[in-house]
Write a protein that binds this ligand. Structure first.
Ligand SMILES: [Zn+2]
Length: 200
């Protein structure tokens, strides 16, 4: 193999190892897999990556990633439009949807209050949340942040903010699995099933 070819692999490995959870070893395995695979695979992969940002947008209502605006969840009329589940990031929706426990609306904050990192309430989609609660006759707001310092701070801030509104505020007891990992999502589903168990 030529020196140039090796450099191209090194460059690919460097890019792949930036992905979360991918170390240099896995990145190297991926790079060689791509190289060994039919060229149509790498073409397809490259095309998907290139089109990602032009195809995926933010839903103007909930702030989630979507190809259509409003997103499929916001435009699903079979869902309960009077309950909003407030989450940190768009990928949290996937985890909650997997659990099949929730059939309401979502609102993506776009982060958590983290003073040490310079993230304040104004950096989050809180004004829009308040506007939605008022405009959409919301009766319950579920705060579904992770039980971390930032998650608790954000939930507390929202609790105080929503106190004066005519809306019920609840919070998930266990929070979301860190990283939105599907392995943990199964656990979440399980724990919810346990909590919701009924006597037969
Ligand atoms: Zn939406």
């Amino acid at each position: 193999m030529s020196a140039n070819g090796l450099n191209a692999i090194d460059r690919l490995v460097a890019l792949l190892s930036k992905l979360p959870g991918i170390g240099k070893k896995s990145a190297t395995r991926m790079a060689y897999y791509i190289l060994d695979a039919d060229p149509s695979y790498s073409r397809l992969l490259a095309e998907q990556l290139l089109s990602l940002h032009s195809v995926i947008k933010r839903c103007s209502r909930c702030g989630s990633f979507t190809e259509t605006d409003p997103c499929p969840i916001c435009s699903d009329h079979s869902r309960d439009a009077s309950i909003i589940c407030v989450i940190e990031r768009p990928q949290d929706i996937r985890v909650i949807e997997e659990s099949r426990e929730f059939r309401g609306q979502f609102h993506v904050l776009g982060g958590l209050i983290a003073p040490l990192e310079g993230v304040g309430p104004d950096d989050l989609s809180i004004g829009k949340l308040l506007a939605r609660i008022r405009a959409e006759q919301i009766r319950e707001v579920i705060l579904a942040m992770n039980p971390t310092v930032e998650g608790d701070t954000t939930a507390l801030y929202l609790q105080k903010l929503l106190k004066d509104l005519d809306v019920e505020v609840t919070r998930l007891a266990s929070g979301l699995p860190v990283g939105g990992d599907l392995e943990y999502a199964d656990r979440l589903t399980l724990s919810r099933s346990f909590r919701g168990r009924v006597k037969v």
